[in-house]
Design a protein around this ligand. Sequence first.
Ligand code: M6R
Length: 366
Amino acid sequence: EKAGYEHFMLKEIHEQVSAIHNTLAGKVSELEGTIYLKELNMTEDEIRRLSRIQILACGTSWHAGLLGKYLFEQLAGIHCDIDICSEYRYRNPVMDDGMLAIAITQSGETADTLAAVREVASYNCPTLAITNVVGSTITREVDSVLYTRAGPEIGVAATKTFSTQLTLLYLLAVKFALSRGKLSHNYVKGFITDLRKIPGQIQQILNQKETVKECAEAFAHAKSYFFLGRHLNYPIALEGALKLKEISYLHAEGFAAGELKHGPIALLEKGTPVVTIATKGQTYDKVLSNIKEVKARDATVIAIAGNKDTEIGKYADVVLTIPQSSELLSPLLSVVVLQLLAYYTALARGCSIDKPRNLAKSVTVE
Ligand code: M6R
């Protein structure tokens, strides 16, 4: 059932190619520059009247939501908050008219997420769930359900459910942006063309996985690992750190790269591996400065960069490349490199990859 792969996690990392393809099927028209989400029980008028989005999620799904916040604000111009579910309920949340709550949970059974959704629903706030499991508890609690078409995920570490959650968040944000007149159909045509290239580009990354493996083996016995990213790559840095700690038991922390100098930089020592997402975009120059700060402390920089970047090699110790894509969509590619890095680190350390210690696939207690 592992189809020749040594672990479910590696199989599921590879399945992202088809999982994203399947999640997009029937939902995008390149010709018209339109997104179709027929499961969304909202009228165009309701979408236009939205004043605020509240995202509710835990763990990896929370990282997907954090990227979602950037997308809803940047593309659709809708104010978006995101909370960890176990915190949300206990902080007397303020609800507005015109608020939409989006719960993200691959299993649809996470107790903290269900409790947070029940809380918002008790205020008559419209609710939407993004989940991978048909008929899961969350699907009975919300007004609309969007399914990721990832197929069953057996490994405790979420991989293909994460990238398909991101895929749906991109579609939802672009759909809201179209309804609210923030994006043109022409722009969306280009966006869909780029999005459809993503599965093939993930395949290209998988074809070069030996490079990531070599890097993972070289640092498998580090004392701790840091992950840095800015803007859309900040949630991906957090996800890279979570993947690594979850399955390799290495101490790992993810930071917004600009925050490093406000404290965490004190932790850097000679040789500390610092994975920095340095894909081209509006914060690229700032990320280069962050890399220089890290190098000045003798730490080791592992950069994730576009394969056409000829500059990054001057600053980073190791460069792991991804195919060139739009700045907007590059997180879908960077995360695959980080998943592979976590996988091969855990493999080199002889860990129980599909069933890490102390963890369960879905957390059904609050
Ligand atoms: O099923 P959910 O998406 O609600 O699960 C939330 C978290 O428990 C989950 O994402 C967890 O962090 C993963 N094991 C991470 O790989």
